[in-house]
Design a protein around this ligand. Structure first.
Ligand code: KIV
Length: 278
């Protein structure tokens, strides 16, 4: 039984039905132990392509491959009982056309046993979203700042300030009409995110967007404070695990260097020798 009191595994229509009724809690996860932790508290767990930057040390999400997403998708799947798992389609795996998108999404689904994909893009991706949803693949859309297009944007800039707001609204309406079951709004100016949430029929999931969104998502490593350096404005830290880990590793290193570790309780006696204790 989950914290939210729901025992059954959530499916995309359950998430869509939450619009204007119940806020949707989402986090990323990339490994089984973290999936087990977030499953009790979250409605949606995203195996985001942010895994490339967070776990693999890549400079952007552009180097993430389908095989990486399959490997992390399988790991997260093993840790989930209740939350809906969504897996990101990585850069280059869906933009060529709807058949390419279907082929790769179907492979992800078959190999990881998950329930939905997320892909980036608005009007330009509407036809692909319609094609996938019409063939049994639920799609979460993602508009505003779409990190796979970082080179087109010229950086990770706030979107939807001033005139480009109309384009993002059109993107949101297009993906909703194409059949997406929910929509991530990333780093979108607050008034625009509020307006999109009011106008589209599917739930909006904000990240640096608006408290008016139908749900929120953050990268789990960000809320746990795993990194001491870069912290985007939209992140709230709920722990400082990076600092705690640093202190623990420093203490271990000092123990080894100064001969305090291992101590007798960490070692194995030879039980064949009479009188020795295990
Ligand atoms: O890859 C990711 O983690 C994401 C979320 C931050 C929305 O796309």
């Amino acid at each position: 039984m989950s914290v939210a009191g729901e025992a059954k595994a959530l499916m995309p229509p359950d998430i869509t039905a939450r619009k204007r009724k119940q806020l949707i809690v989402c986090l990323t996860a990339y490994t089984t132990p973290i999936a087990r932790l977030v499953d009790r508290h979250c409605d949606v767990v995203l195996v985001g392509d942010s895994v490339g930057m967070v776990l693999h040390g890549l400079p952007s999400t552009l180097g993430v491959t389908l095989d990486m997403m399959i490997m992390h998708g399988k790991a997260v799947r093993r840790g989930l009982e209740r939350a809906l798992m969504v897996v990101d389609m990585p850069f280059g795996s869906y933009e060529e056309g709807r058949e390419q998108a279907f082929r790769n999404a179907a492979r992800l689904m078959a190999e990881t046993g998950y329930a939905a994909v997320k892909l980036e893009g608005g009007e330009a991706m509407a036809e692909t979203i319609r094609f996938l949803t019409g063939r049994g693949i639920p799609v979460m859309a993602h508009v505003g700042l779409t990190p796979q297009s970082v080179n087109v944007f010229g950086g990770y800039k706030v979107q939807g300030r001033g005139e480009d707001g109309d384009g993002i609204l059109r993107d949101a309406v297009a993906v909703a009409e194409a059949g997406a079951f929910a929509l991530v709004l990333e780093k979108v100016a607050e008034p625009l995110a509020r307006r999109i949430t009011a106008e589209v029929t599917i739930p909006t999931i904000g990240i640096g967007a608006s408290a008016a969104c139908d749900g929120q998502i953050l990268v789990v490593d960000d809320i746990l404070g795993m990194f001491t350096g870069f912290r985007p404005k939209f992140v709230k830290r709920y722990a400082e695990l990076g600092l705690a880990a640093d202190a623990a590793i420093a203490a271990y290193a000092a123990d080894v260097r100064e001969g305090r570790f291992p101590a007798a309780e960490h070692l194995y006696a030879d039980l064949s020798k009479a009188g020795e204790v295990a």
